[in-house]
Design a protein. Structure first.
Length: 372
């Protein structure tokens, strides 16, 4: 601690609790092989085309990127069918969340709404901005009480954050219902739909609000290259938003927050249709297999449209998490989301899924024997 004066908001903060890293677990348990199914990363790794481009472009790393990432924004505009003037690229979509709060929400005046539980970045960045963060509990089945969100919004509500498909449950809400919500909110209130996992939803067209973008003036959509595109470590995400707002974000954004290699990698993976198709195939088959097998082991598995599954095991969740760690499998306990009885596992490749299921079955069997 220090007696130097700092922002009073600092008093309430604890560090972000990330998924554990492979090296930490190798060291802790003396293991040579550890698999990580904790942070919803791409189970195929980095696209081969991206790896080739990064090798080729490594010699560019001494240069500043072009401020505002115009080449990538133009490519995305073509890809998504929106004007590039409505796109802002960031150092992960986390940066766009932070910028939206700082540009739109007035400290000490405005409030921000989200569900409970929700992605912790909304909460942390809102409070650091000195903006009141209000949460509405999800329904018992993790579906969205959209009516309550609409009722809770007032003239000082700057932003409403909804993650769709949701993290950590995997629940997805039809886009039409979110479009209705946007229309019901006060005119000044922006509905921010965080579509970090939208590519994994089936059918995607039923769930993405992108088709509504041109007709709803208070809609913002967040996307990321961290999940389906396999670039979490390079940090690249973007927002689709009204042009006036994109213009404001671009005026205050740190000019080089998207580095030159992240931009090149993003451009390459947008071209790599085979990698994307294979990712979707692996995630969709793996998701079904994991859900079926976990249910057969006596877990309560929640329906997921994302690249992960949330489940309640038939034993203490924290103990199962720790027993899996000891066996070299990292998944995510959800105590930090206020869900101590739940776990979240990212869909892995075929070998990782098999390993996770074998180890889980082993722990559950041992537990059952001790208790019967
Ligand atoms: C992973 C994730 C993101 C993406 O974050 P990046 O900063 O782009 O890596 C955004 N929102 C949610 C809910 C996520 O789970």
């Amino acid at each position: 601690m220090t007696d130097i004066p700092v922002r009073p908001e600092m008093a309430g903060f604890k560090a972000y609790v990330p998924g554990l890293s492979i090296d930490e677990i190798k060291d802790r348990y003396g293991l040579t092989k550890v698999i990580k199914m904790a942070s919803n990363e791409n189970p195929l790794g980095v696209s081969p085309l991206v790896q080739e481009r990064l090798r080729r472009d490594a010699a560019l790393a001494f240069r500043y990127a072009q401020a505002g990432t115009p080449v990538l924004r133009a490519a995305l505009a073509g890809h998504l069918g929106v004007p590039s003037s409505s796109l802002v690229a960031g150092n992960g979509s986390d940066e766009i969340i932070d910028l939206l709060l700082r540009v739109v929400a007035r400290p000490g005046v405005d409030n921000v709404l989200a569900f409970d539980p929700c992605f912790s970045i909304y909460d942390v960045q809102a409070r650091l901005c000195g903006v009141e963060f209000r949460q509405i509990p999800l329904n018992g089945d993790f579906s969205f009480p959209l009516e309550r969100l609409a009722d809770m919004a007032d003239e000082n509500t700057a932003l409403v954050f909804v993650t769709n498909p949701d993290n950590p449950s995997g629940h997805a809400c039809p886009a039409a219902a979110l479009a209705d919500l946007a229309r019901r909110l006060p005119r000044r209130t922006l509905l921010v739909v965080d579509e970090a996992y939208i590519e994994f939803a089936l059918p995607r067209d039923e769930y993405s609000v992108l088709p509504y973008f041109s007709s709803i003036s208070n809609l913002v959509i967040l996307r990321t290259f961290s999940k389906m595109y396999g670039l979490a470590g390079l940090r690249l995400g973007y927002g689709v938003m009204p042009e006036w707002l994109a213009d404001m974000l671009l005026r205050v954004k740190l000019p080089f927050s998207v580095n030159i290699l992240a931009e090149r990698a993003g451009l390459a993976v947008l071209e790599d249709e085979a990698f994307v198709a294979e990712t979707l195939r692996v995630v969709h088959t793996g998701r079904t297999e994991l859900a079926d097998e976990l249910s057969a082991l006596g877990c309560e598995v929640y329906p997921s449209q994302a690249n992960f599954l949330m489940f309640a095991p038939p034993m203490d969740a924290r103990t199962l998490f720790e027993e899996l760690l000891r066996r070299g499998v990292i998944i995510r306990p959800l105590g930090s989301y206020g869900l101590p009885g739940m776990l979240r596992v990212s869909v892995g490749n075929a070998e990782e899924n098999r390993e996770f299921l074998e180890k889980t079955a082993e722990v559950l069997r041992g537990h059952h024997h001790r208790h019967s």
